[in-house]
Structures are given as structure tokens and as C-alpha cells.
Ligand binder design. Structure first.
Ligand code: ARG
Length: 576
């Protein structure tokens, strides 16, 4: 099957009709096929309206030509022109049933592999050394992981890179503090935040310490052997902390994926030289700046991207210029993605613009800032602990599992070990799903009760729906198989929904928008619930062929829920 998307398949047929009837070449996507909520109609074709002007005919006339030339008797019932020129399409039951039947045992559930795979570099998670990962990093990690899974499943190549904040002036004070504490180089720092704050406190109070910290930064930048060893110890210790969080979250990022800020140091001089050679730099207040066109401040003055500070040091912007150069040129990536909060939107737009000017990015390459809003507490302000501190990710995740354990224990017949595993799947899943189910650009409010609700658009609801499917399949005691049949409207609705998975995934991939998958899964689970409530499966009075067909639908639904949740990094246990 060339593509699993029913809308596109109908689009291909409509394109054929337009070619035969009007000599028009139209791409299948431009046939404007949309799912329809109208009684008795599955899809609607809206192409006639947009094409009418182009061919100088009334929309209804164009629609009639499409209908007359549509070669689709195998797929749809007699199409109808309606209203100003819509075409109502209803899939034939036999076609629908056969198509859904074909999904049984198809690991991709009809989702095609892209014809032209691209090479993505994906910057995500990217916490800072010697600071505990806080809730602000949770979104980058969760969203980045989902985007990575979606792209890979679609057939693209994705190289993740963790842009660790591992360089800069704070390392002077951190290294001096490490020495003061008499830490062995491989010592464990149990509380990174406390370590950072203690160093900070000394820095603010003790001028002698400030002098030592300054000298230490110079030594670090100068490549002093002993200083580098201490620096490495701090980076390694932080990396160990981050790996623990990734393990709890089920995130694949490994130490080998770390391309921290320091990684780009050897490229910074080259970047400045190249920008200068191309005549893109200007000296402004002693700093080397690029002024990419189109960026101005409130007074309408051009905004600088500072690539070398007046003290000769390089900063965040220079390093990010080196990231586009490295991934696009040295590594030959076609698409550069950065999952970072929206406050950095302008930074990335300027880096991308300057990178195009510099020739680091060509017209065939894309660079996208996958921005996201912040997580708010129930008071509508940035989430804080009761003591007013920033919420630590590790603590938050532990609480999620604890809360989920209560939910699971309430109605579970599982033994204690299994219950603990399920609580993990439910708790971590809820944190991820709450994040992914919102349009990522928006802020969202973090509410335990809402994210762990058994009804509504939550992962728990989807996990319960899947567990119900699995329970039916277990009780059936026969492997699902045989023909799929349409015998009731709720079956038909479920079949239509199952066939929409490819379109949902395609839209999510296109917009780096995991919430398109969550929205689809929620609709699927709701449609399944209606089917389950209306169509008995295992009851003794159900005809054997109907029972077999409904078991296939149940199995494919479970497969779709499991696949969809899996693409979001969420587990789908068989029992809850
Ligand atoms: N470490 C940065 C922060 O915590 C995020 C880095 C994002 N990636 C990048 N290439 N700038 O804000």
C-alpha cells in the first residue's frame, strides 16, 4: 500500500477525476478531503470551491464533473454533490471492513514509511551542569523524546544532541568550591543545587574567593591540565544525575549524546573568521556583532547577535552559530531542530537568519525552534514548591508514581510487584501526557487530580481503554482472526477512526506537534468505549463471525493505542 491515509487515497481518486474530466493536474492533498461529522457521510471533498475560479465554472458544475469521472466504485458509495459544491463521500462497508482487517498483524497499522527520509539533528533536554534538572527542563526532555520517536517511526534519521550548559564563568567558582570542600575528583555530590548555591554564596561574600574564581576561569580557558580535570569531574557528576532522571523517565539520551557548549569551543574562532570574511560582522561597543535583517528593538534599531563580547569572550550566541555550522555542514544534517522554551524564540530566529547569511544553511535545509510554554502551578504562576523553591524533576516524578500507586491500588487485583510497575507506567505516563496533550506553545497548569483522572483526555484513560481491550482478548481464549464485518454503526465508527491513525501521525510529524497524536488517541479511546458499550463481544448470543470480527477490532484498537502511546514514550500495560 502506497499510503495508509484514507483522505489522501480519496484525494488521489479525485485528482484522477479532475485529470480525466477537466484536464487539470491537482496534487492529492489539494483535493481537500476532510473527515465529515455529517450523518451518513464519512469524508467530504471541498476541491470544487477552490477550483471553480481557476476553470471558470460554477463550483457545483465542477463538483458534478468530479463525481461523473470518479473511478471509485470499489471504495465509495455513489457520491453526492451537496450545498454550494461539496462532494459527500461514504466508504463502502466492504472496503472499510477489508481495509481494517488488513491492519491485523501489521506492526505499522497502515502508517507508511516516508519516501524521502531526511536527516534530523535534534537538540533537546539540554540542562546545565552543577544544577539539578528542574521542572523547566522537563518539557524539553519530554517533547524532544516524543518528536524523536515520531520522526524515527516515520522513517527519518534522527541524531539527538544534548546541549549541556557545561562552559562559562560559573565554572571558576564551582571548581574553587570543589577544591575548598576537599572533594576527591570522583566524589559524589548528592545535592547539586546546594553545591551551586554554596559556591554562589561564597562568591557573593568573599572577595578573595572571587579573585580565585576569576583566575580559575582563565586557567580553564587556557587549557590548564589540573583545572580541566576538575571541570571534567563536575561535568561527569552532573551527567550521572541527569542519566538517573532519564532512566526514570524512560528517555533514551545517553552520555554519548552530550554535545555540550564546550564541544563547540574549537569551532568558535572559525565561525567569527567566516562571518567576518563574508562581511557580516560589525564592531559595536567593542563587541563583534551580526545584524541579521528583520530584527529590531522597540525603537526600531537593528538588533545585534553578539558573537564575541567586548572582553573577547564568546557567549551563547556564538556557540549556537557553531551548532548550525557543525550539524549542517560537518555532519550533513538536512533539518536542525531545537526543543527549547519560547523565551529563547528570538535568539533562535536570529541564529537561523545569521546562519543562512553565513551559508551554513541552504534553502534545502530547515532549522526549527520547537518552542514551548511554561508549566504553571494551580495559582497560575510558575510552578513552585510549598517552600517557594523551584520544583525538582526527580521529586516531582517520585510524587507522580506515588499518586498513581493510590489510583492503581484502589481497584487493582494485581500483586504488589506488578502494582508497583503499573504505578510507574501510570505516574510517569501522566506527567508526560499532561505535557504532550497541550499545544506545546501554550503554558499549562499542573494539576495532579486532572492529570490522573480516569475520565477525559489523560493517559490513564487511554491505558484503561487498552487494558479493557486486553482483558476481552484474554477472556476470548482464541487468537483474533477472520473477516471484519460491519453489523452496527458503532463498529463502523471505530473502523473509520482506526483508519485515521496515519493522518494523525503525519500531522503531528509535520508540525512537531505531539498533541495531534494525543487528540487522536483520545478520540479513538472514546470511540472504542461507545463500541464496547453498544456491541457485545463475548456474550453467548453473539454470532461466531460477529464475535470474531469484533475481536479483530478490539485487537487493532489495542495495537493502535499501544503504538500511539509508545510514540509519546508512554507504556500501555495489559492490566491495570
Ligand atoms: N542550557 C540551556 C538552558 O538551560 C538550553 C540550551 C538549548 N540549546 C541550545 N542550543 N541553545 O536554557
Amino acid at each position: 500500500m502506497a499510503h495508509g491515509d484514507v483522505g489522501l487515497e480519496l484525494g488521489t481518486r479525485v485528482a484522477g477525476a479532475l485529470r480525466r474530466g477537466l484536464g487539470l493536474e491537482v496534487a492529492p492533498v489539494d483535493a481537500v478531503i476532510r473527515p465529515s461529522a455529517r450523518e451518513g457521510v464519512d469524508y467530504q471533498c471541498n476541491a470544487a470551491m477552490s477550483l471553480a475560479k481557476r476553470v471558470g465554472k460554477a463550483p457545483r458544475e465542477v463538483a458534478q464533473v468530479i463525481v461523473d469521472h470518479l473511478d471509485s466504485a470499489d471504495m465509495v458509495e455513489a457520491p453526492e454533490v451537496a450545498g454550494p459544491g461539496f462532494i459527500n463521500l461514504r466508504l463502502r462497508d466492504e472496503w472499510l471492513a477489508a481495509r481494517v482487517g488488513g491492519l491485523l498483524g501489521d506492526a505499522r497499522l497502515g502508517v507508511p514509511v516516508v519516501a524521502e527520509p531526511r536527516r534530523f539533528a535534534l537538540d533537546y533536554s539540554s540542562p546545565n551542569v552543577a544544577k539539578e534538572m528542574h521542572i523547566g527542563h522537563v518539557r524539553s526532555t519530554i517533547i524532544g523524546d516524543a518528536v524523536l520517536r515520531l520522526l524515527r517511526f516515520s522513517g527519518h534519521e534522527v541524531t539527538p544532541h544534548n546541549h549541556l550548559g557545561d562552559w562559562g564563568t560559573p565554572f571558576g567558582m564551582l571548581i574553587e568550591h570543589l577544591l575548598d570542600e576537599g572533594h576527591a575528583v570522583d566524589a559524589e555530590i548528592s545535592d547539586l543545587n546546594r553545591f551551586y548555591q554554596e559556591a554562589r554564596r561564597k562568591f557573593d561574600a568573599d572577595p578573595g574567593f572571587v579573585d580565585r574564581a576569576r583566575a580559575r576561569v582563565v586557567a580553564l580557558q587556557g587549557g590548564d591540565e589540573q583545572t580541566l580535570t576538575l571541570w571534567r569531574a563536575l561535568v561527569d557528576e552532573s551527567t550521572r544525575h541527569f542519566q538517573q532522571v532519564y532512566a526514570v523517565l524512560g528517555i533514551e539520551l545517553a552520555p554519548a549524546d552530550v554535545y555540550g557548549e564546550s564541544f563547540y569551543n574549537p569551532y568558535l574562532d572559525t565561525v567569527i573568521d567566516e562571518l567576518t570574511e563574508k562581511g557580516l560582522t560589525e564592531i559595536s561597543d567593542g563587541a563583534v556583532c551580526v545584524f541579521p535583517p528583520g530584527f529590531t528593538n522597540r525603537e526600531g534599531e537593528p538588533l545585534p547577535l553578539i558573537v564575541r563580547k567586548s572582553d573577547g569572550g564568546y557567549g551563547y550566541a556564538a556557540t549556537d552559530m557553531a551548532t548550525t555550522r557543525y550539524w549542517a555542514i560537518e555532519r550533513g544534517m538536512t533539518d536542525l531542530l531545537y526543543a527549547v522554551g519560547t523565551p529563547q524564540a528570538q535568539h533562535f530566529q536570529m541564529v537561523f537568519a545569521a546562519s543562512r547569511q553565513a551559508g551554513y544553511l541552504t534553502d534545502e535545509q530547515t532549522a526549527v525552534h520547537i518552542g514551548f510554554g511554561t508549566i504553571l502551578g494551580e495559582d497560575g504562576k510558575t510552578i513552585r514548591t510549598r517552600a517557594g523553591g523551584s520544583v525538582k524533576l526527580a521529586e516531582l516524578l517520585a510524587e507522580a508514581v506515588e499518586q498513581a500507586a493510590k489510583t492503581v491500588a484502589e481497584r487493582s487485583s494485581l500483586d504488589a510487584d506488578r502494582q508497583a510497575e503499573v504505578a510507574r507506567a501510570v505516574g510517569i505516563g501522566a506527567v508526560k501526557y499532561a505535557d504532550l496533550s497541550n499545544d506545546r506553545e501554550k503554558d499549562y497548569v499542573f494539576t495532579w487530580s486532572r492529570m490522573l483522572a480516569k475520565e477525559g483526555n489523560t493517559s490513564v484513560y487511554l491505558q484503561y481503554a487498552n487494558a479493557r481491550c486486553q482483558s476481552v482478548l484474554r477472556k476470548a481464549e482464541t487468537a483474533p482472526g477472520g473477516d471484519v464485518l460491519v453489523t452496527a454503526p458503532a463498529e463502523r465508527a471505530l473502523m473509520l477512526r482506526l483508519l485515521q491513525l496515519p493522518a494523525a501521525i503525519a500531522t503531528a510529524v509535520e508540525g512537531y506537534a505531539p498533541h495531534k497524536v494525543t487528540g487522536y488517541l483520545y478520540d479513538l479511546a472514546s470511540t472504542f468505549t461507545t463500541f464496547y458499550d453498544n456491541c457485545p463481544i463475548l456474550r453467548a448470543d453473539v454470532a461466531p463471525e460477529v464475535r470474531a470480527s469484533r475481536l479483530v477490532l478490539t485487537k487493532v484498537t489495542s495495537d493502535a493505542l499501544t503504538l500511539g502511546l509508545g510514540l509519546l514514550g508512554i507504556e500501555a500495560p495489559h492490566e491495570l
